[in-house]
Write a protein that binds this ligand. Structure first.
Ligand code: MF3
Ligand code: CO
Length: 248
């Protein structure tokens, strides 16, 4: 069932989103060769606790960490680990903040030290594709318009859109209807209504869109071993247009 949120609920989710955004800003300063994603995960736990919030991903369907940390060819749901990040890596840190029951979800891909031009271009295109999707998230449009805006921007540039993972409605629970595909046909699918709160979180690959699952049952990576990036915001559909609750 697709629910719409009251102004009050959206305000509370925005408070969670502000904490999440400031946490990402701190992570941006920490990311450099030598740091481990376990250290980042521990930092996030402490940062959220200091701000009166909790990491919603921890314990979610048995997931053990506050963050997902997906490196290079990992698409999503990488585990934080004790291996140091290396110069030239890209790493996506994804987290969900719970502030007094209000949720916000945002992922960001970071460059570790000096990255290749190809990787830099992937990051720029993926971030831009998120904003293309957000621009289409207006009252009266349909979910297919969001996916189409992303796909029609990314594919002519030679990149592919991951099919196996999608955005979603959010709050009070993490994954609610509707699914937000990052590809699709304009004018198709559910109509967007005032008060809907959704995530848009395109995962964009350098090579083919196909993914495979690691033996840990969580981590998805590209079948061809090429790079994948992801940027995600939680947004509310409002009379004044899309309102980004996790804006940094
Ligand atoms: N933040 C992820 C999403 O965008 C949630 C992953 S669930 C987890 O939907 F348990 F793996 F963290
Ligand atoms: Co999400």
């Amino acid at each position: 069932m697709v629910t719409v949120k009251s102004e009050r609920e959206i305000k509370l989710m925005h408070e969670a989103g502000k904490i999440l955004a400031s946490c990402h800003k701190e992570i941006a300063k920490m990311i450099k060769p030598g740091i481990t994603t376990s250290e980042i995960d521990q930092f996030v736990e402490k940062f959220l606790a200091d701000n009166g919030a909790t990491p919603e991903q921890k314990g979610y369907q048995g997931y053990k960490y506050a963050t997902c940390a997906s490196i290079n060819d990992e698409i999503c749901h990488g585990f934080p680990r004790n291996t140091p990040l290396q110069n030239g890596d890209i790493v996506t840190i994804d987290m969900v903040v719970n502030l007094n029951g209000a949720l916000a979800d945002s992922a960001w891909t970071y460059a570790v030290g000096e990255i290749s031009e190809k990787a830099q271009d992937l990051l720029e295109v993926t971030e831009k594709s998120l904003y293309k999707g957000i621009e289409a998230a207006i009252i009266g449009n349909r979910v297919g318009d969001i996916g189409h805006a992303i796909q029609s921007y990314v594919e002519p540039l030679g990149y592919s859109v991951v099919r196996d993972f999608t955005g979603h409605g959010i709050g009070p629970t993490l994954h609610e209807a509707p699914q937000i595909l990052h590809y699709g046909l304009p004018g198709k699918g559910l109509r967007l209504k005032e008060g809907m709160v959704i995530t848009i979180e395109p995962m964009i690959n350098v090579g083919t869109w196909e993914s495979k699952m690691d033996s840990n049952g969580w981590t998805a990576r590209t079948v061809d071993g090429k790079l994948s990036a992801q940027y995600e915001h939680t947004i509310a559909i409002t009379k004044d247009g899309p309102f980004i609750l996790t804006q940094q």
